[in-house]
Design a protein around this ligand. Structure first.
Ligand code: NDP
Length: 262
């Protein structure tokens, strides 16, 4: 039986095991996926190899450590400098980022998106901004503070802090801040958001499992809204395809979605 794992700290809340195990069961794939509470991110590669895992997902706060410790980083993850998937290829640790393509798949139901305002500048924002840039979608980053903006400037992505921002028109507004996750905050000033929503069509929140104040405000202003469940699902599906070395059909995706819902 093959063994897979999610590394995080904390990790007890993670829904990845129920999602991935539902996929394995649907495919009759002989594997088990478990949780591993990892304290020191620098030990991630050795822990992965010593436990003879075939693959892993990596969540907060270890994505950057996982990037630094991998033997080889493939695809857009090289630019993002954070990875959420490890694969054991003949004893070598190969790393990928499936958050970025997972996000793109999650917003596919939004039509004609040509410009995006991305709120937040953390790890998730990096993946989303580069994924949008690679898809030739115009992206502007807006963050509470200046400190995290250097990464975006180096990638030629327009970015502002709250102090320096003047809004334009955007098709889609994305909340990738943690505002609304455990509190009822908006990710930026309410009057500013209402102004932006006047000309936008869609709002997406990376937070899943609840209608955040951001999504509620967008909905009240007539926008089509979506929470982060599909992003979580599709990053998991793409990782699952690396784990099982095959493309999966809609039947497996729906089994994984049901697994996620528990
Ligand atoms: P980080 O901690 O790396 O970044 C957090 C960002 O949020 C920073 O830019 C920070 O601004 C900003 N922020 C935090 N609190 C507030 C606030 N009250 N008002 C305005 N801005 C705020 O987080 P991640 O990028 O890792 O995660 C961001 C969110 O995305 C989380 O809610 C997480 O749960 C979700 N997520 C969802 C996924 C999915 O699959 N659906 C996958 C990964 C993440 P500053 O720089 O000023 O501190």
């Amino acid at each position: 039986m093959e063994k897979f794992v999610i590394f995080g700290n904390p990790v007890s809340h993670s829904k990845s095991p129920q999602m991935q195990n539902a996929g394995f069961k649907n495919l009759n794939y002989d594997a088990i996926y478990e949780k591993h509470h990892l304290v020191d991110g620098n030990t991630i590669k050795n822990t992965f190899l010593e436990n003879k895992y075939e693959g892993a997902n990596i969540t907060v706060p270890h994505k950057e450590y996982a990037f630094k410790n991998a033997d080889e980083v493939r695809g857009l993850a090289q630019k993002i400098q954070a990875v959420n998937t490890y694969i054991n290829e003949n004893g070598k640790v190969i790393a990928y980022n499936t958050d970025a393509p997972g996000f793109l798949k999650a917003i596919q139901s939004f039509k004609n998106v040509k410009s995006v305002l991305l709120l937040g500048a953390g790890g998730t924002a990096k993946a989303i901004a580069l994924a949008l840039q690679e898809s030739n979608i115009d992206v502007t980053v807006l963050n509470r503070s200046e400190g995290k903006l250097e990464f975006f400037k180096n990638e030629d992505i327009t970015s502002y802090s709250w102090d320096t921002f003047t809004p334009k028109d955007y098709d889609l507004v994305v909340n990738s801040t943690s505002a609304g996750l455990k509190d009822e905050y908006l990710p930026c000033d309410k009057a500013l958001l209402e102004k932006i929503f006047k000309t936008a069509n869609y709002a997406f929140d990376c937070v899943y499992g609840k209608i955040t104040p951001f999504l509620k405000l967008a909905q009240n202003n007539g926008l089509e809204i979506k929470d982060g469940e599909d992003m979580l699902l599709y990053q998991g599906v793409l990782a699952f395809e690396y784990f099982t070395k095959q493309k999966v059909d809609e039947k497996v995706v729906e089994a994984m979605r049901d697994g996620l819902k528990g």
